[in-house]
Design a protein around this ligand. Sequence first.
Ligand code: ADP
Ligand code: MG
Ligand code: MG
Length: 234
Amino acid sequence: MLELKEITKIIGDKIILRNFSLALSPGESVAVIGPNGAGKSTFFKLAAGLMQPTSGEILLNGEQIKKKTHLLKKRIGYLGHESFLYNSLTPLENLRFYGKLYKVKNIEEKGMELLKAVGLHYFKDIPIRSFSRGMIQRLAIARVLLAEPEFLLLDEPHTGLDQEAVSLLNQLMKERQKQGISILLISHDFEQVINVCDRVLILNKGRVISDRNIDPQLELMSFKKWYEAAVIGK
Ligand code: ADP
Ligand code: MG
Ligand code: MG
């Protein structure tokens, strides 16, 4: 279980998150949506141990997260706006590098399996400097899944992906969820949010202004109306 308890984050004189709390249970998939600048990415960086809260605490299975140790990196798979990949290396070499870092067993097999899953296996031996944004994003997704983390924090993972890659990513997320892995997803693509998540929070100006479950019957139009009423309506 990943728990954030009454987190406040202040940078300079700006309050980025105000008294934010969330508990993520095994196998739960929660979307975090909201306007630009709402504090979504900051929340993920805090949850991943990349930043420290000004007040409040973050607990991973009851243990307080202090900083981003290697162990933490294995347990929390964080995909942010930066890919953390090496341009001079091929996809397979990038995965080998991270596999060694995280002490992943059967790196070669695991690496190839993931490259297939994201549709990059034909490009496995080409240095990634010539890759398109979508191809880089596919590899970034494979990297995040390599150490089989218990929690996936995916900040706008659909950005730059074509339709095929969006389907592959959704499939990977659903498979992981079935295995009991918890997912936090930031996305502006409400169709994907409804497709993948069981619950959604709206973050606005550093506060949770709405929180609901997503039932399988929920339609995109009514979801959009709910969002607009919450963010603009009042
Ligand atoms: P979102 O992901 O919802 O678009 P962010 O978490 O990236 O929002 O940013 C929330 C607010 O915090 C924005 O107003 C942004 O300008 C500010 N912010 C984020 N990081 C920093 C930083 N390192 N220094 C100063 N302000 C920051
Ligand atoms: Mg944004
Ligand atoms: Mg962001």
